[in-house]
Design a protein around this ligand. Sequence first.
Ligand SMILES: NC(=O)c1ccc[n+]([C@@H]2O[C@H](COP(=O)([O-])OP(=O)(O)OC[C@H]3O[C@@H](n4cnc5c(N)ncnc54)[C@H](O)[C@@H]3O)[C@@H](O)[C@H]2O)c1
Length: 346
Amino acid sequence: MTGFQHAIIGCGRVAPNHVDGFARVPGWSVAAACDREAHVTAFAAEHGIPRTARDPQELFADPGVTSVSIAVDHAQHGPLVERALRAGKHVLVEKPICLDPAEARRLTALAAQHGLVLAVVAQHRYDPLVLAVRRWVADGELGRLVFGAVQLKARRPADYYTGSYWRGTVAGEGGSALVNQGYHALDAIHWICGDVTVAGALAGRRVLGDVIETEDTLSGLLSAGGTPVTLNVTVGSSEEWRSRIELVGDLGWIVFDLDHPGRVHDWGGSARLDSLAGAERDRSLAEEPPGPAYYGTSHRRLIADFCRSVATGEPMLSAAGDAVATLDTIVELYERAQAGSAPAPD
Ligand SMILES: NC(=O)c1ccc[n+]([C@@H]2O[C@H](COP(=O)([O-])OP(=O)(O)OC[C@H]3O[C@@H](n4cnc5c(N)ncnc54)[C@H](O)[C@@H]3O)[C@@H](O)[C@H]2O)c1
């Protein structure tokens, strides 16, 4: 792979993970950083990026730019992805792909029609532990699954929202605890178990009622291929970040955290599962994360796969269509929660 030039649109919290990922792929470079705000200059200087732009159109119009990351507020994902694809750029967009499932389907079809790679960042799909658990489930190491429990406890103080132009707003974020922070835990269930449908949901503002117009807490009941899975996500906990998944089958069970470096906490069952889970527990993942620790290090793995796909035309391990399924579930959880009764603030 040689001479591929990538541009990053949106130089906020997650952007360093994109710089880090592309800088590691031989033959690729981050050629431009774009942000509509003036801090793009400092961001580019800090990360050694040679060119800056304030308007994404400048980069879309440049034939030298191979691909773009889109790392802005959720509401702009759809329109920017579409403009980038129509300009012939391969696109890596942060989760969620956009806020409207019909638009998401149009975007994946547009990418296919133009022969371009469209990938959605759900980096935990590439975590070694998540891939191992996914394999164990597929290989029947847990037997027949009887239930799953997924949760994300996060703490987001008021100024996280009041200091942002988009967070905590329906128009900009499209939701909060689920579509933003809880996305990864839900997406992991899609990836590990597949075939997710929604049986019910409740959502509300338990602690941030004066600050945000979106939900700070959501609970859902899902079916993953017939297995009941409970989902609890909140940005109102006292713990900064903890995403935990428990899967229980008739031959074994496992409890693990997604959070870097991915921890197996408990398991039981066959001697084989014991040996597999024990090896995962002892695996060393001593890589230094480029951003907040709970973002992990798998942007690197996902970006390497994106670059491979652009260069070879081969599909990625996880395609944009997978992200559409996760978006379908998110939208349905919100619809169910809106139809049901929401937990009232204390
Ligand atoms: N995968 C992860 O672990 C992870 C972690 C954090 C954020 N995210 C996702 O990344 C995206 C961005 O989140 P963030 O926390 O970095 O947001 P942020 O608010 O910190 O940064 C967004 C940046 O985009 C810029 N921007 C907005 N509109 C623009 C436009 N039209 N052109 C150029 N620049 C524009 C803003 O000025 C801002 O600097 C969201 O989709 C979020 O859900 C993912």
